[in-house]
Ligand binder design. Structure first.
Ligand code: AMP
Length: 404
């Protein structure tokens, strides 16, 4: 029997998201999520996607990631999709930070684990959780290839002029301070899918990808290779996000430390968790913000305007970086669903060849689609992202699948 299944794991500090895919037909077999791992109120939601099965939920304490993965394995086994099946080819793990070293998906061995561990200082929130997920999966199926797929990998093609901050080179190198970028799996998938939508090869097109979810980032992709992206050393830089400020003058931090006597931890919390849309108007859900605007809420209107202003600046900047742009593409929760954001982001950019057709923009459709008027110089598109499929595809290709 050929092994064609890939389990994709995305381990957070207290959560474990998973999808089981069959790569023969690129079909999803099951998906689910374990939340609040380590608390009394843990919850597992499992959804089988074949045979008309219904979602199942399980409450009660799940002590750690090991217990979480075992619980997931039990759910999968109940659907005849057990992790001991010979059909399972590999487990693909989302790993947030791969530094400069990991430019490609990588089969995990002890040296790879050590290197991911060495990157913890630049990804203190994410890499420890990702490591726990890999170690747990490895102990459950030591014989199976475990593949790490890095959020930073797609951005390792950025030239030094985009990847370096203009600070003392020695200090930067000693402490690995540079622009790494994140959401790379999504930017890779979406830029390739956009080329496909245009009926071209990825090498032939220049694309600006706007990944607008709760976290948000933009990237400039020339001929399939990333040449700039808006997130930096951490996911804090760049666009206005749900709870993150994006770009600010770094001196704001010194000012708050000196004048407001805030600690580094407090400022970190402020900029990462209490800023962005939530800091500006008290909510980070774009649906709620649009509703508040409709009711005449001025703070929500200002939050929206700041969000759009920043987005527009990045479209302009990446237009200049690329020189020639074939498509601007919107993806992730906000990008795929919020027509007013797409409309406002390109409003007034007709001189750059950018416009949206109001009807196409308002239409709701599942798949990748163009929303620019026919004959536009630059295509504007909506392309749903699929990070799990991309992780599974990269994992499967690496372990020798997909060749037949
Ligand atoms: P993501 O991080 O990609 O899952 O995106 C989550 C965000 O997408 C939410 O915080 C919402 O702001 C936004 N979102 C989801 N659905 C919609 C919708 N129908 N309209 C506007 N925004 C949405």
């Amino acid at each position: 029997m050929t092994a064609t299944r890939v389990l994709v794991l995305n381990s957070g500090s207290s959560s474990l998201k998973y999808q089981l895919l069959d790569m023969r037909e690129r079909a999803r077999l099951a998906t689910g999520l374990v939340e609040r791992i380590g608390e009394r109120t843990s919850r597992l939601k499992h959804t089988p996607l074949t045979g008309g099965g219904e979602s199942r939920e399980r409450g009660g304490p799940i002590a750690d990631h090991d217990a979480a993965l075992k619980a997931v394995a039990a759910e999968l086994a109940q659907d005849g999709l057990g992790l001991d099946s010979p059909e399972l080819a590999a487990i693909g793990h989302r790993v947030v930070h791969g530094g400069k070293r990991f430019t490609e998906p990588t089969v995990v061995d002890d040296a790879v684990l050590a290197e991911i561990e060495r990157l913890i200082p630049v990804a203190p929130l994410h890499n420890p959780a990702n490591l726990t997920g890999i170690r747990t999966a490895r102990s459950l199926r030591p014989d199976l290839p475990q593949v790490a797929v890095f959020d930073t990998a797609f951005h390792t093609t950025m030239p030094e002029s985009a990847a370096r901050y203009a600070i003392d080179v020695e200090t930067a190198d000693r402490h690995r301070v540079r622009r790494y970028g994140f959401h790379g799996t999504s930017h890779a998938y979406v830029s390739r899918a956009t080329a496909e939508l245009l009926g071209k090869a990825p090498e032939e097109v220049n694309v600006i990808v706007l990944h607008l979810g709760n976290g948000a980032s933009a990237s400039a992709v020339r001929g399939g290779r990333c040449v700039d992206t808006s997130m930096g050393l951490t996911p804090l830089e760049g666009l206005v996000m749900g709870t993150r400020s994006g770009d600010i003058d770094p001196a704001v931090i010194f000012h708050l430390a000196r004048v407001a006597e805030m600690s580094i931890a407090e400022i970190d919390d402020l900029l990462n968790k209490k800023s962005g849309l939530v800091g500006l108007c008290g909510d980070n859900d774009m649906r709620e913000i649009r509703r508040m605007i409709d009711e005449g809420d001025e703070r929500a209107q200002l939050a929206f305007d700041i969000y759009i202003h920043r987005l527009k600046k990045y479209i302009g900047a990446y237009y200049a970086v690329l020189g020639r742009v074939d498509a601007v593409v919107f993806t992730a929760g906000v990008g795929e669903n919020a027509a007013p954001v797409r409309e406002a982001a390109v409003a007034g950019l007709e001189q750059l060849g950018l416009a949206v057709d109001p009807e196409l923009n308002a239409a709701r459709g599942g798949g990748a689609r163009l929303i620019s008027p026919a004959g536009s110089r630059v295509a504007v598109a909506v392309v749903p992202t699929d990070e799990e499929l991309e992780i599974a595809t990269q994992t499967y290709a690496l372990v020798g699948g997909g060749g037949d």
